[in-house]
Write a protein that binds this ligand. Sequence first.
Ligand SMILES: Cc1cc2nc3c(=O)[nH]c(=O)nc-3n(C[C@H](O)[C@H](O)[C@H](O)COP(=O)(O)OP(=O)(O)OC[C@H]3O[C@@H](n4cnc5c(N)ncnc54)[C@H](O)[C@@H]3O)c2cc1C
Length: 457
Amino acid sequence: MESLIKNEEFIQSIRGTCLFSGDLEYEQERALYNAMIDKHPAMIVKCEDVADVITTVNYAREEGLLLAVRCGGHNGAGFGSCDGGVLLDLKHLDGRWIDPETGIVKVEGGCTWGDVDHLCHAFGRAVPSGIISTTGVGGLTLGGGHGYLTRKFGLTIDNLVEAEVVLANGELVVANENKNADLFWAIRGGGGNFGVVTSFTFQSREVKEIYGGVSFFELERSAEILDWYLPMIENAEEDLYGFYAFLRVPPAPPFPEHLHTKNLCGIVWCYTGNLQRGEQRLHELMQESNPVFTHLGAMPFPAIQTMFDALYPKGHQWYWRGDFFTEITPQAREEFVKWGSQVPTIHSTMHIYPINGAVQHKKPQDTAFSHREAKYSVVYVGVDPDPANKDLITDWCKNYHEACHPYSSGGAYLNFMMEEGEDRIRSTYRANYDKLVEVKRKYDPQNLFRVNQNIKP
Ligand SMILES: Cc1cc2nc3c(=O)[nH]c(=O)nc-3n(C[C@H](O)[C@H](O)[C@H](O)COP(=O)(O)OP(=O)(O)OC[C@H]3O[C@@H](n4cnc5c(N)ncnc54)[C@H](O)[C@@H]3O)c2cc1C
C-alpha cells in the first residue's frame, strides 16, 4: 500500500507537504484530538490550496485508495483520519474574509471557530457555532452546529449561505439555494458525505459582547434545578441561552477550594441581547435558583467561546454519545440525575443543550438536519487524560446513554455519535434519509467519501 501511495509524480504536483511514516512530522500530524483512536494513514497530504485538494481527490479515486478528510480533527469517532489510506488535511486552508457592510463571512474549509471568531469580533459580529474555539468549522457545520447563539440565530447551517465543494470526480462546484440546491440541502446536516468543502460562506450576526458565565448547585438539588431549568429555558426569550450540566469541579481558579473535585450540577449562561438587560435577567435567575457558586459578567463573545478550551486540550481519551429529546419526562429525569451524579472524572460531563427557539423556525425537511422539533440535544461525555481510565469513562458513558435513550426522540446529533451502526444514522435522518441517498448517488456514486457517518449510495 505504501509504495503505491509514495508516488513521486503525485508528490511533485502538490504545493503542500506529503508525509509518510518515518517522517519527522508524521506522528504529530496523524494524532487525533481523541487519543482513544489511533489511526495510521499511509500518506498525509497537507493541502495548501484548492488545487491540492482536487489533485488529492483525483489521486485517491483513480488509485482506489481510502480517503479521509480532516478539518479540526475533533470528531469523536475519529473520522478525521483513516488506517492505510490518504488523509487529506485542510489545516492550511485557513483564509477568511468579511464584508463589513453585509457581515457576509467567507472562510476556507480548514478554519477553526477560533479563526472565525477572531475575524468577526473585530467587526462586532459572530457566526453561531459551538462552545469550544478549537473545533473545526468543517465537521461542526456539516453536522448542523449548535452552541451559545443557537436559540437566537439557529444552527450553524441556518447561517450558511454558500459553500464551494470539490466533488468525488474532482470538479469544484458552488452550492447555494440556487446552484446545486440539492447538494446545498444535503451538506446542511449530511456530514462529509458529498465532497470536500473548501469554503463556507456565512451570514454573521451582530454580537460583540455577551453577559454570561456559570452557576453551580449542590448535587442534592440537581433534580429540583432540572425541574426549574427545563420549563424556564423552553419559554425563555431567544436572547437567553443556558445549557445544563453534571460535572466535577476542576481544582483550579476561579472555583473556590472547598468545591474542588466535588460532583455538582450547573448551568452555563450566555445572554446575547442588551448587556444591562442580561445582567438584570441573570440576577433574577440567580435569585430564583440560589446557586452555591456563580462566575458571571459581561465579556467579549470570543471569551465565552474559549472559556473551556484549556480544560479540553487535544490528546485526552474521549468516549461520547448523544440523544435528542422533545421532552424530558419525570422518568427520564430520574435517569439523568442517577447517572449524572456519578460523573467519574474531572473532564467527564453531561450537557443538555437547548435547541428550541430559532432552530424551530425551519422545518425538518428544509435541510438534511432532521430533528427540528427536538428541544434538547444531549451529550454524555466520558473524558480523561489517562489511558488507564479508558474503560471507566466508556462504561459510564454507555450506561448513561442506555438508561436515557429510551426516553429520547431517537437518533442523535450527528457530531455526538461514535461508530454506532447504520440504524443510528437512519434514525438521525428519519424521513430525510432517502433523499440523502439520492443526492449521494448523484454526487458520490462510488462512495469515495465514506470515512464519516456514512450514507451509502
Ligand atoms: C471539545 C469539543 C466540543 C464540542 N462542542 C460542540 C458544540 O458545542 N456544538 C457542536 O455542534 N459540536 C460540538 N462538538 C462536536 C463537533 O462538532 C464534532 O466533533 C465535529 O465532527 C468536529 O469537526 P472537526 O472539523 O473539528 O472534525 P474532523 O475530525 O476534522 O472532521 C469531522 C468529520 O467532518 C468531515 N469534514 C471536516 N471538514 C470537512 C470539509 N471541509 N469538507 C468535507 N468534510 C469535512 C471529516 O471528513 C469527518 O468526517 C464538539 C467537539 C469537541 C471535541
